[in-house]
Ligand binder design. Structure first.
Ligand code: UT7
Length: 324
């Protein structure tokens, strides 16, 4: 039989740099309470959000992706031409053709990029990070720019108080490349398509979610998946320095942290709470939280971070990474 030649892969990968961006416009809970029946107190107590950022009409998810991707490259000390593949995690694109990744790659300056969008909703960044790492390990890509970028305000009914108070806009990115030692653990992912009706685009226009059912799923099912991701990387809960769950609701984040601590995670484990000032930005929330925590000095190079994304699908994905 004729044997095919395989590309030369590498043993290990790591995140080489990260970056993020948010729109200028800050929207407080009091701002929202002027246009819908809600209060600052309700939002703080039930969701944990104090403020979020909304993009302007002419500011797209792709615009934010270009900024976040460029920042991640600069953080890695790389030029756009040092990357050959761009993955755009996104679920709010209103135009399916063309995809977002190709024009974003071109605007960043990545030449002849392998470029594709990946839609796993709020789990999109962790899905994409897993794909990127495996592409590099298999030798199919040299370095991959992974970007999560969302303009959720385009798909949220501005007077729907259940969703308009949660969702927001932004982008976060990471550069994945070869490494001497493993810096990205195996991805653990999956979906529960039988529960797809819990979050979807109603009338192809606005996000609808059965909030309480999703809340129950996230607070009971996600921590065990995070522990599987640790196990896949050969680590214990006590090894985790930083926990970065998707920033869906601060009560969900705290419930996941509590379950991990019950399994041995340390009390001094840093837990991402970026939702407080950024809202829920779907596939952008995890890289954005990591970037903000590093800028605030709460995360340091070499820290062991456990990432876990979850959302519509219902899709989920998680992995351990060593912070750049
Ligand atoms: O990122 C993708 C994955 N998504 C998630 O993980 C979201 C998961 N779900 C949640 O985070 C929460 O379920 C929500 C934030 C969506 C809602 O919070 P909740 O604590 O589950 O509220 P609820 O829907 O059970 O509503 C409780 C009450 C209701 O009033 P009654 O029926 O008890 O009189 C709602 O009408 O709160 C009312 N309510 C509000 N009140 C003031 C709902 N939204 C608001 C609001 N302001 N914005």
């Amino acid at each position: 039989m004729t044997a095919l030649r395989l590309a030369d892969g590498v043993r290990a990968t790591r995140i080489l740099g990260i970056g993020s961006t948010q729109p200028e416009r800050v929207v407080t809970n009091d701002d929202l309470s002027r246009t819908m029946d809600t209060t600052d107190q309700w939002i703080r107590e039930r969701v944990g959000i104090v403020e979020r950022r909304f993009a302007d009409k002419d500011e797209s998810a792709e615009d934010m992706a270009v900024i976040a991707g460029s920042k991640a490259l600069a953080d890695a000390g790389l030029a756009p031409t040092d990357v050959d593949t761009v993955i755009l995690a996104n679920c709010t694109s209103t135009v399916p053709i063309p995809n977002g990744a190709a024009p974003v790659a071109d605007r960043i300056g990545v030449k002849a990029a392998g470029a594709f969008d990946l839609n796993a909703a709020c789990a999109g960044f962790c899905y994409s990070l897993g794909v990127a790492s495996d592409l590099v390990r298999a030798g199919s890509a040299g370095r991959v720019l992974v970007i999560g970028a969302e303009k959720l305000t385009d798909v949220v009914d501005p007077v729907d108080r259940a969703n308009a108070i949660i969702f927001a806009d932004g982008a976060g990115a990471a550069v994945v490349g070869p490494a001497d030692e493993p810096g990205i653990g195996p991805v653990v992912w999956g979906s529960a398509g039988d529960m797809v009706d819990l979050i979807y685009m109603r009338d192809e226009r606005y996000i609808y979610q059965e909030g309480q059912s999703v809340f129950r799923w996230a607070t009971t099912q996600i921590a065990p998946i995070a522990i599987r991701a640790l196990d896949a990387a050969g680590l214990q809960p006590s090894d985790v320095d930083v926990l970065v769950p998707h920033q869906a609701n601060l009560r969900i984040v705290e419930a996941i942290a509590k379950r991990l601590r019950a399994k041995g995670a340390r009390e001094d484990m840093v837990v991402a709470d970026d939702i407080v000032h950024s809202g829920n930005t779907s596939s952008a929330s995890i890289p954005m939280a990591l970037d903000h925590m590093r800028a605030a000095g709460r995360v340091h190079s070499g820290d062991v971070a456990l990432l876990i994304g979850f959302g519509a699908g219902l899709s989920y994905a998680g992995q351990v990474v060593i912070c750049p």
